[in-house]
Write a protein that binds this ligand. Structure first.
Ligand code: MG
Length: 293
């Protein structure tokens, strides 16, 4: 069951990315005018994607996953090398913070980016799923350390760290069968108690979420906690526009882990890029194997 949910989390991430990429940088009004409701893997968008094609959110996760499978663990230097290699492959999209700190790594060889409160983008959070899968069952402090090792390659920032660690622990509990109520009380609420800016209830509906991790988490949590299946969750979050590929990716990961494989709409699964789908399925199994050792 855990492996099925791990696979669902990975496919949810990829599908959310592919679905959201079509409407990235659009406003909810523009989306509504063009599609009424955007609910198909139709490609296009500012990156001119094929239907079912994913962006950096998924390809960075896959690069990270490959590095963990090869090293047998989350190793900062291996992760930095994998991301550097990924950047050399001319990805369809790359975030500014990711690019700047990977260029810095090429110069220094230090896999830890310098600390900066300004590097509070969602770039470390969007790709963290392989860490959640490969450290499942480890003590919380080890999980948090692995999260930071991965995140700090490009984003060394307190708010990003808090969000990443929360997402990983949420995914892990969901893989083991926890329901949304548990995820809310055990993880979302403690995050907000520590960093009130993440509060997502009793505030306005987040529209056009930016790449700022706080905006991203608020939009994702509103959609995830206020819907009851993966399809509704993803449609809700990407139709908010803004950084929709990344909100889609993160929401898809959480919803996949929570609702499992049976809940992924076939109409989306069959359009998702075949190689991407196969890589997600293979890595999910291998990463869970690493966790069991
Ligand atoms: Mg992207």
């Amino acid at each position: 069951m855990t492996t099925d949910r791990a696979t669902a989390a990975y496919l949810g991430l990829a599908i959310g990315d592919a679905l959201g990429a079509t409407v990235e940088f659009m406003t909810p009004r523009e989306i509504q005018l063009q599609y009424v409701v955007h609910d198909k893997l139709r490609g296009g968008g500012w990156l001119h994607l094929k239907p079912g094609q994913v962006t950096d959110d998924t390809t960075m996760a896959l690069a990270l996953g490959e590095s963990i499978i090869t090293a047998g663990m989350v190793d900062a230097l291996s992760v930095a090398q994998a991301f550097d290699e990924w950047m050399r492959g001319k990805p369809v999209d790359i975030g500014n913070t990711v690019r700047r700190n990977l260029l810095q790594f090429r110069k220094t060889g230090n896999p830890e980016a310098p600390y900066s409160d300004h590097d509070a983008g969602n770039g470390a959070a969007m790709r963290l799923l392989p860490v959640a899968l490969s450290t499942l069952g480890q003590p919380t402090e080890c999980v948090r350390a692995a999260s930071r090792a991965q995140a700090h390659v490009t984003h060394n920032c307190l708010l990003s760290d808090a969000a990443c660690e929360t997402l990983i622990l949420m995914v892990q509990d969901a893989l083991l069968g926890a329901d949304k109520k548990h995820l809310l009380h055990q993880h979302a609420r403690p995050l907000i108690a520590q960093f009130p800016q993440f509060k997502f209830r009793a505030i306005r509906q987040i529209q056009n979420p930016s790449g700022y991790i706080v905006d991203t988490i608020q939009a994702v949590f509103q959609s995830f906690f206020d819907t009851d299946d993966l399809r509704s969750c993803l449609i809700d979050v990407v139709n908010r526009g803004g950084d929709a590929d990344t909100t889609g990716a993160i929401a898809g990961m959480l919803a996949g882990a929570t609702y499992g494989l049976d809940d992924i709409p076939n109409e989306w699964l069959k359009v998702l890029d075949t190689k991407t789908r196969q890589s997600c399925e293979r890595q999910a199994k291998s990463l869970i194997q690493i966790a069991r050792h």
